[in-house]
Design a protein around this ligand. Structure first.
Ligand SMILES: [Cu+2]
Length: 165
């Protein structure tokens, strides 16, 4: 590349270099975070009353890769089990059902798990879930492998609908 080209393409080259550097450093430091293009954002749960049998888990799953993936299972040291649920309206009643085959994440898509939609269900919390605390879980994806996720506990609040299991 001669000097003129070097100057013309300096910005592009810089961007390419930065992209290469960030890809390299991310890959070197945190290989699990980039594999499969799956990233987890904004994980939270709600404080529960004492002895509540379940607690919802909400988060955003971003798939920046060009292949679909699937959230297949979730485990947590803070609950007896964790299920992947979908909330649906049946005969005018909000109901939750377990997604036995997990939750598919299309290539280059964002799936939000939120109140009233898809969510995680912490079954049998092993300790009180209190505001300001955290709940941890391991999400396992079919292709991207596992992700350790920390859910921030927000205030006990109503989202309106009282779902039935
Ligand atoms: Cu549920």
């Amino acid at each position: 590349m001669n000097i003129t080209n070097a100057f013309s393409f300096r910005k592009t080259s810089l961007l390419v270099a930065l992209a290469a550097m960030s890809a390299f450093s991310a890959g070197a430091a945190q290989p699990a975070k980039t594999t499969g293009g799956i990233a987890i954002e904004q994980a939270w749960t709600r404080a529960t009353p004492p002895n509540a049998p379940v607690a919802g888990g909400f988060l955003t799953i971003r798939n920046s890769g060009d292949r679909a993936d699937r959230l297949v299972s979730v485990t947590s040291p803070d609950a007896n089990s964790v299920e992947i649920h979908q909330m649906t309206m049946e005969d005018g009643v909000m109901r939750m059902r377990k997604l036995a085959d997990g939750l598919s994440i299309d290539a280059r898509s964002i799936v939000m798990l939120k109140p009233g939609g898809y969510h995680l269900m912490f079954i049998g919390p092993k300790r009180p879930i209190v505001e300001g605390g955290t709940v941890t879980a391991t999400l396992r994806f079919e292709k991207a492998g596992t992700r350790e996720v920390r859910f921030d506990v927000r205030a006990l609040g109503s989202s309106g609908a009282k779902p039935q299991h």
